[in-house]
Design a protein around this ligand. Structure first.
Ligand code: ATP
Ligand code: MG
Length: 707
């Protein structure tokens, strides 16, 4: 167990009693030291698995931790988020502490906040609504009650999105509405648990008897409320091990602060403090950039920075690419990803990371157009998703009914049976058009179908009941089916994770730092966000930005200030081992094979188009379509057949939007077909003749080349 650790990491693993604090940069093996420490203690018989509580911040990270613990032979240890640990305790103790059932948990606040604002006769637009909701969350995790909110804002020099008195009013009304409807929100889970542990010594004692050892990963992002809960769990004991990197603090906007990490020694004078500097994750090239970025950081977190030293063999230099516009950036990224996959990098080892979720759409489209599979969300809580739970119930019912289920044909193989059952839950052979909730739901069901296919392949002759048992086991182990696709994720969601190849996209002023980051602290947090992104890459790292939003638009964007001095040609830092800046920024824009430039106008109403989907259709999405429906149907049939032959999802042949655009424009020549977005050079070679034949009315068309 200890062999896989370096001397400092081993020190962490061996310090099983008393407070321990690990302060270290990205990729230095903090999470590894922490999981090995638990596993070592359990296997050596020093720690009782059930007496250990490991906490982290995202469901995905908690799942990852459980996986690592299981592999190390310490599967019985609880690894949870603060929230899920608290929720479990709350559910358990509520009847005793309060009586009755725990109120329902509100999934999303926004709607109720909107209602509260309306009752207060305060009009909020969509952005204000989002910001006010964020303020309420901040107030709650900093344990500020509505009446105190305006004063606390004034004191903390906080930049409130509206008049603080108004926000205080909305906040109070929101709390009132929750009480009236007997619901609680995400923060209430922690607040109520803290309340119960404070008031009820018998319950606090019971929890303390159960948990003797606590470990916290990503401790730099602990909020005051979470810290309060941790203190209550601990009581007067100090069997606590925390690990973190102040340089990766990215949740201060929610009230989190690295102070608890940095002041750990002061609070626990006897603490063992360990620093790790060997970076096992990334190549010297990636580490060099990470160090350079951190070198420019300011503020308290930055004072504690540690220069990372890569332990890996050298790899390629980070690539910087400037594109003319966003769709070009997405297409260029997709092309590079395809090349990497062709060169042997598995799709599951590649990630595209962006600042805000809304940026995903254009990348989804570009990857789909390039025939690259992708997954939009992480594997977190797969089995907890509504649609997956519903699918589980349906599969279980069908398995129980055995041969008596009218839906099922016993002579069919397992995957076919699963497809039949899931089609009652919304699964279809082809994905629904567009992104959003419907698509998310479909992706989950499709992942279950893939899981059934893999399972049947691994266990020929397996029955539906066997599959249901397998699903239960996986759900218990929180093991989502591995989706072998490129990950699309926000920088926040990427925390703690790693990939062979990482694409950091949209690195412009206004996006990173994001427009609403105004104060110095907010700007520093944005810089740390980029640091988190850079340090996710093991080998390949690509940083890109686009000068305008849409093709032909004004090139009024500038690359992120954080790249100043780091990207070649902008200052002093060059490649590893070189004295100064060298190399160059690639120009991705010239790669675009598209007709003459100019704004893309709607074919129907003439408006300038800005949305990716609309640009693809070359008309506003709600302008009437002049599509030849019959042709569209014929193209879809042809696509289904192609997809079947290639063994790929249909959208890898052409997306619905591209097919629609083809059916609207009815191209007669290669050139006309190529001018449609989503028809790249490769697809033109492969499918061009067939598509043109269908458009020309030659029934069925000819088959595309098999290659
Ligand atoms: P982050 O700050 O991003 O959360 P971290 O410090 O938690 O990073 P880990 O994820 O634990 O880092 O480790 C980074 C990578 O380095 C992992 O792939 C891990 O397995 C590997 N690694 C860590 N320590 C060692 C070691 N001593 N020997 C070999 N590989 C190691
Ligand atoms: Mg980690």
């Amino acid at each position: 167990m200890l062999d896989g650790l370096d001397p400092e990491q081993r020190e962490v693993a061996l310090a099983l009693n008393g407070p321990v604090c690990v302060l270290a940069g990205a990729g230095t093996g903090k999470t590894r030291a922490l999981t090995h420490r638990i596993a070592y203690g359990v296997r050596a018989g020093i720690l009782q698995p059930a007496s250990v509580l490991a906490v982290t911040f995202t469901n995905r990270a908690a799942g990852e931790m459980r996986g690592r613990l299981r592999q190390l032979g310490a599967g019985g240890v609880q690894a949870r988020t603060f929230h899920s640990a608290a929720l479990r305790q709350l559910q358990f103790f509520w009847p005793k502490a309060v009586g009755g059932e725990l109120p329902r948990l509100l999934e999303r606040k926004v709607q109720l906040v909107a209602e509260a604002a309306a009752r207060c006769r305060i009009r909020l637009d969509r952005n204000e609504l989002r910001d006010v909701t964020g303020e309420i969350e901040w107030a709650k995790v900093t344990q500020t009650v509505p009446a105190d909110y305006p004063a606390v804002v004034a004191k903390s020099l906080r930049d409130a999105p509206r008049d603080p008195a108004e926000i205080g009013q909305i906040y109070a009304m929101y709390e009132q509405l929750k009480r009236d409807r007997s619901v609680i929100d995400f923060e209430d889970v922690l607040l109520l648990t803290v309340g119960i542990l404070q008031d009820r010594h018998d319950i606090a004692d019971q929890i303390r008897r159960q948990y003797q050892h606590f470990v916290v990963d990503e401790y730099q992002d602990v909020s005051p409320l979470q810290q309060r809960l941790l203190d209550l769990w601990l009581g007067d004991r100090d069997n606590l091990c925390v690990v973190g990197d102040a340089g990766q603090t990215i949740y201060s906007f929610t009230g989190a602060t690295p102070d608890h990490l940095l002041n750990f020694r002061t609070r626990h004078p006897g603490a063992t403090v360990v620093k790790l500097v060997r970076d096992y994750r990334s190549t010297p090239q990636v580490v060099h950039l990470a160090n350079g970025l951190l070198g420019q950081a300011r503020g308290r977190a930055a004072e504690h920075r540690l220069e990372l030293i890569s332990q890996r063999d050298p790899g390629p230099e980070p690539v910087y690419t400037e594109y003319a516009d966003e769709p070009a950036e997405a297409e260029g990224t997709a092309r590079r990803i395809r090349d990497l996959i062709a060169a042997g990098v598995p799709a599951g080892e590649i990630a595209v990371l962006y600042r805000i979720n809304a940026q995903s759409e254009v990348y989804e489209q570009a990857l789909a157009d390039a025939g690259v599979p992708y997954q939009l969300r992480g594997a977190e809580r797969f089995f907890e998703r509504q649609e997956v739970r519903e699918a589980g119930v349906a599969l279980r019912g069908a398995a129980r009914a055995g041969g008596n289920d009218p839906l099922l044909d016993d002579s069919e193989d397992l995957p076919a049976q699963v497809r039949a059952v899931l089609s009652t839950k919304g699964w279809t052979t082809e994905p629904p058009a567009g992104s959003g909730a419907v698509r998310d739901r479909w992706e989950s069901l499709a992942a279950l179908v893939r899981l059934a296919e893999d399972f049947a392949r691994a266990k020929p002759g397996a029955t539906l009941s066997d599959l249901v048992a397998e699903l239960d086991e996986r759900a218990a182990a929180q093991h989502a089916p591995t989706v072998q696709g490129v990950t699309l994720a926000s920088l926040h969601a990427a925390k703690g994770l790693e990939w062979d190849a990482v694409f950091l996209v949209g690195l412009t002023e206004g996006m990173l730092p994001i427009t609403y980051a105004k104060t110095d602290e907010q700007i520093e947090e944005e810089r740390r966000l980029l640091y988190v992104g850079v340090t996710r890459a093991r080998v390949h790292l690509t940083l890109s930005w686009a000068l305008s939003r849409s093709p032909g638009g004004r090139a009024n964007r500038r690359p992120s200030r954080f790249l100043q001095g780091l990207r070649p040609g902008s200052g002093s830092l060059g490649p590893v081992g070189s004295g100064g800046a060298s190399g160059s920024v690639e120009r991705g824009s010239g790669l675009r094979r598209r007709g003459p430039r100019g704004p893309v106008l709607c074919r129907v109403c003439g408006a300038t188009l800005t949305e990716a989907g609309a640009m693809k259709l070359m008309r506003c999405e709600d302008c009437p379509s002049d599509m030849d429906e019959g042709l569209y149907e014929r193209l879809r049939d042809w696509r289904s057949e192609q997809a079947r032959q290639l063994g790929q999802p249909a959208y890898c042949v052409f997306t619905d939007k591209t097919l629609m655009a083809i059916a609207e424009r009815v191209p007669a020549t290669d050139g006309e077909l190529a001018s449609i977005s989503g028809v790249g050079v490769r697809k033109l070679d492969r499918f061009g003749a067939a598509v043109l034949a269908i458009c020309a009315g030659e029934e069925g068309g000819t088959d595309g080349d098999e290659d």
